[in-house]
Write a protein that binds this ligand. Structure first.
Ligand SMILES: NC(=O)c1ccc[n+]([C@@H]2O[C@H](COP(=O)([O-])OP(=O)(O)OC[C@H]3O[C@@H](n4cnc5c(N)ncnc54)[C@H](O)[C@@H]3O)[C@@H](O)[C@H]2O)c1
Length: 327
């Protein structure tokens, strides 16, 4: 396999690269990343020593650079993770999200359509459960058949890119797979996201900002579990299909923050409940989706994947990773 991984210097991409380069030493794996503010090159710097791995600083919104990559490496597979990924930023600057997430994806699709040699090639697009919109307290979980109803500029841009991927499958016969996953967490996530923000706030004794009343519900997927799902889908998934990936860990933001604060206090040797006083409610995010929930039974039934890291275990490892770096 000659594999292009886009966005490999980001949070999930870095876990993907580490896993795939070590498990498949006979593959040629190229990471293309523009190294935006959201990247952390340190997470993957050591991979440069591997003979089966290359790094290319490429902005996917530059069509010529993307074409050049495909010409140079003759990819058989693309695993597309590069994106603007933070909902709050999309509310402030939607155009940047349309540019990278939609036009960037189109550049990759065009290159794949032009340079892929045959139907054994695959364009695997990583998407989000946010494209399905917002559930009520009791609505049933998202499945592969849930209609799209994105509500933020971020989810609209991801939904749009999903539609383009499927359109290339229908129109040009481009072999593709899409997976839609829930909120990832784990070591290496950018400090703008909820879990790293909470850890940094406790460490600095600063208020822990929680949107609204903290009642919004998310499903949490440990990044390592996600990577194992991606590995299964990349190798055993059926082209032209979609797979939902979830962590079986649905809870409100406030419940999550309580669990997290308890773990941080424990690892810092603080008395029980010590940092709860830092929890502070701030003005809600505009158009804040109430609940996301994923039914991953297709992936479990067809490919035998299910999440294996409990939220407790995952939070423990995550907190310890950040504390080691921040203290
Ligand atoms: N993190 C989550 O909880 C989550 C959940 C569902 C889906 N996803 C999707 O998974 C993918 C990866 O998410 P993440 O959390 O690792 O994101 P991230 O923000 O941590 O990393 C994104 C990476 O993409 C790169 N990138 C951004 N714009 C680029 C461009 N124009 N050209 C080349 N590279 C560019 C950045 O430099 C960065 O390294 C995204 O497609 C995201 O939509 C993430």
């Amino acid at each position: 396999m000659r594999l292009l991984v886009t966005g490999g210097a980001g949070f999930i991409g870095s876990h993907v690269l580490r896993f795939l380069t070590s498990r498949y030493p006979d593959y040629t794996i190229t990471c293309a990343d523009a190294l935006t503010y959201a990247s952390n090159f340190e997470l993957i710097a050591d991979l440069e020593n591997l003979s089966n791995y290359h790094f290319e600083k490429v902005d996917i919104t530059d069509k010529d650079l993307v074409d050049g990559l495909f010409q140079r490496y003759d990819f058989t597979h693309v695993l597309h993770l590069a994106a603007e990924s933070h909902v709050d930023n999309s509310i402030k600057n939607p155009l940047a999200f349309a540019k990278t997430n939609v036009l960037g994806t189109l550049n990759l699709l065009e290159a794949a359509r032009t340079y892929f040699k045959d139907q054994t090639c695959l364009f695997y697009h990583i998407s989000t459960d946010e494209v399905f919109g917002s559930l009520g307290e009791t609505g049933s979980s998202f499945t592969e058949n849930t209609a799209y109803a994105p509500r933020s500029p971020y989810s609209a841009s991801k939904a749009s890119s999903d539609h383009f991927v499927r359109a290339y499958g229908e129109t040009y016969g481009l072999p593709y797979i899409i997976s839609n996953c829930s909120n990832n967490y784990g070591p290496g996530q950018h400090s703008e996201k909820l879990i790293p923000t909470v850890i940094a706030s406790v460490l600095l004794g600063k208020p822990i900002p929680i949107y609204g009343t903290g009642s919004n519900v998310r499903d949490w997927l440990y990044a390592e579990d996600h990577v194992k799902a991606i590995d299964k889908i990349l190798h055993e998934g059926t082209a032209m299909e979609t797979y939902c990936i979830g962590g079986d860990s649905e809870l409100s933001n406030l419940e999550l923050v309580h669990l997290l604060v308890a773990e941080i206090d424990k690892q810092l040797g603080n008395p029980k409940g010590h940092s709860n006083r830092l929890i502070s409610f701030v003005e809600d995010r505009k158009g804040h989706d109430f609940r996301y929930a994923i039914d991953h039974s297709k992936l479990t039934k067809d490919l035998g994947w299910k999440p294996t890291t409990s939220l407790k275990e995952g939070l423990k490892t995550t907190v310890s990773w950040y504390l080691n770096r921040m203290k």
